[in-house]
Design a protein around this ligand. Sequence first.
Ligand SMILES: [Ca+2]
Ligand SMILES: [Ca+2]
Length: 383
Amino acid sequence: MGKRNQHSRRTQEMEKRNQSPQKSLGDDKPNFLLIAAIITTTGVIIAAIISYFGSINQVLLPIEATQTAEALRTSVAAVTQSAAVSNTSSPSVVQGGSMPVASQTPMPTSSPNLIETLIDEKKVEMVKVPEGYFIMGSTLTDMLLECNKLNYKNCTEVRYGDSVPSQQIYLMDYYIDKFEVTNENYLSCVNEDVCQEPTDTKLSNDDYFGNPEFNNYPVIHVTWDMAKTYCDWRGARLPTEAEWEKAARGVNGQTYPWGNSFDCKKGNFDDETRFDEFVVYGGKSCDGYDMTAPVGTFKDGVSPFGAYDMAGNVWEWVSSLYKPYPYDAKDGREDASVQGIHVIRGGSWLWYDYLPATYHRVWIDPASTYNIIGFRCVRDVGQ
Ligand SMILES: [Ca+2]
Ligand SMILES: [Ca+2]
């Protein structure tokens, strides 16, 4: 109303001016100068206002971004804990492998084209996994659908329920080995009398560990302690379950390192009938390797952050004790001094009865060694 009254008064004043007697040209001159001065002054004021608010924005934006990042960092524990007590605050997942939708926090974005690598002191190549949120775990519905689709056995809640629920987890940035630790990598540590030789140096009938023919193949027959000792020797450590999973699937919760559809040509899976009758979804001899394959063979199966063989070839030890989800790194599961059952991730060239999805967890005695279990290491950025 106030604005309307002002407008009416202004209109009436303008109408009065239009009704006033005509002025001479000479009389108009001062008015032109006055108008020009007003226009110039107004322009200067407007420019000053724009400049002022522009500079304020330039100052404020980075502060707001910093505060947001800090808030996100400090809310990790809260997000993790809230997932435990309330399903409404954990991501909801739409059936069919669709993206979970965050209710409170922004969705992370993937930048798969920017792979940053590091060659460490032992000349082992690592890839960087940037700081931020990622989606860990899955829903039972999605897992059982995938399990049945790929003709695996035991597609039940008992087998797959421990990977539920889907959570958003925030991790600081870190480097992870680009490849599984090779026989050659591990031999360097053995030669320095730090690492213990694998408990079995053969694979089937082949001389494997120490045989130059298999230098670039993943080391096997190592316990969790042996794997940890090797990573310590590198100035690194075993990845947590969360770190392993983020490196394997990226930030958006995809099922496999390369996407959501299984493809037996993108990793070394159980595609032979030499050791068992099971043949992976996709057919016999799909990937072309009866046993382990040289690391980095499957370039189309690389993860969003540039890590190879995160699905297939050999299972990989992680640092985590086997505990129920929701995942919480601070609940004791990452305490290396605690004895107990540990987790392996990623699937392998044999052992058909487990879906090689990035979220799938398998627990195992840390003192056991198998020809299907190897590992890789991580290190913190700036370490
Ligand atoms: Ca194979
Ligand atoms: Ca692997």
